[in-house]
Ligand binder design. Structure first.
Ligand SMILES: NC(=O)c1ccc[n+]([C@@H]2O[C@H](COP(=O)([O-])OP(=O)(O)OC[C@H]3O[C@@H](n4cnc5c(N)ncnc54)[C@H](OP(=O)(O)O)[C@@H]3O)[C@@H](O)[C@H]2O)c1
Length: 313
């Protein structure tokens, strides 16, 4: 099989690899699409190695395709079934061996190519907003970085749950599209004037933290998911106490098979039916074939994207 292959710091090329063989409980997936993520850039730069058990040199945290072969003891899917899921690495390849418990069926109404951009961002958004921060109907949610993959998923899920959503969007060209998802769009500076917020989804990072705390309502929650703009902040713990703030951090990639399976089951129950009812969309900023992985990564690095960059096989 061919796969995007890391050959050095910030260097990769398309290379041949032996076809993976599905082990017990795994299926071999013919990959049709793999979403790119900011984490891929960190892995390329040597800052974010693949967890044990994942190919160390093939990036790719999510994939969609068809089941080719079922390994021993695997029963959830049959050859030909359309599946998608989170993987620890190895998604940007023509074939991948994936444990059946972390795979989800692709909703009927979703194209397989589009599904390649679903698992990472919708699982992250759902887990952060509902499993961790307990977002409720009528609450005010602030999403920092609302035009990106996770932001777009979070805004839609929160609106469907009856929350009021305010989103910071840096690139003016994306504002109207984010408003189209049902969010009130604000510029990233002086976002605190638009509080108080019950929940803040922090997808940008540390520079926002001091103002996040000021803008939080009593009993508010902050879910820290993205730290692209920085990881270290000085915060006022007095505010944390006075407002009874809860702060959560989360990373999907490092979770165990059991924990990832739980997120997949939560997605199947609470999110996937919303695709078939037409309530959720997956905006795609760019879709490029595996042979044009360089161009796909270049697009990933650019500002001003609305939604996902997807590699197709
Ligand atoms: N913890 C986890 O498990 C997990 C899972 C998924 C993602 N993440 C992280 O979460 C973050 C968002 O992921 P994503 O897939 O949505 O990324 P994305 O598609 O690249 O979107 C990031 C968004 O944030 C905006 N942004 C970046 N820096 C900003 C700044 N300094 N001020 C204001 N806006 C800024 C970008 O705007 P521009 O277009 O103007 O640049 C873009 O709209 C990333 O850091 C990613 O690594 C973490």
């Amino acid at each position: 099989m061919r796969a995007v292959t890391i050959t050095g710091e910030n260097q990769f090329e398309l290379r041949e690899h032996p076809d993976p063989v599905p082990g017990a409980g795994e299926v071999l997936v013919q990959v049709r699409a793999a979403g790119l993520n900011a984490a891929d850039l960190h892995q390329l730069a040597g800052r974010y190695p693949a967890p044990p058990g994942s190919p160390p040199d093939i990036p790719g945290l999510e994939l969609a395709g068809e089941v080719l072969v079922c390994g021993s003891g695997s029963r959830r899917f049959a050859p030909g079934d359309r599946v998608m899921g989170l993987v620890g690495g190895g998604g940007q390849a023509e074939l991948a061996a994936v444990h059946e418990r972390i795979l989800m069926p692709i909703p009927e109404s979703l194209e397989t190519l589009t599904a390649g951009g679903v698992p990472e961002v919708f699982t992250t958004a759902h887990d952060a907003l509902f499993t961790q921060a307990g977002l409720k109907t009528g609450e005010r949610l602030l999403v920092h970085g609302g035009a990106g993959g996770v932001g777009v998923a979070a805004i839609q899920l929160a609106r469907l749950a009856g929350a009021r959503v305010i989103a910071t969007v840096r690139s003016p060209g994306c504002r109207a599209q984010v408003e189209g998802l049902g969010a009130e769009v604000i510029a990233p500076d002086a976002f605190g004037e638009h509080g108080p917020f019950d929940v803040i989804l922090e997808l940008v990072g540390a520079p926002n933290l001091p103002e996040d705390l000021l803008a939080l309502a009593m009993g508010g929650r902050i879910a820290v998911i993205g730290i692209g703009a920085g990881a270290k902040a000085e915060i006022n713990l007095g505010l944390l106490l006075a407002k009874r703030v809860q702060m959560f951090g989360s990373m999907l990639r490092a979770r165990s098979l059991e924990e990832k399976a739980l997120t997949a089951r939560a997605m199947e129950r609470q999110v996937l039916p919303l695709f078939d009812s037409g309530s959720l969309t997956v905006p795609i900023a760019a879709e490029l074939p595996l042979e044009r992985a360089e161009a796909a990564y270049a697009r990933l690095r650019e500002s001003g994207k609305f939604g996902k960059v997807i590699l197709t096989m």
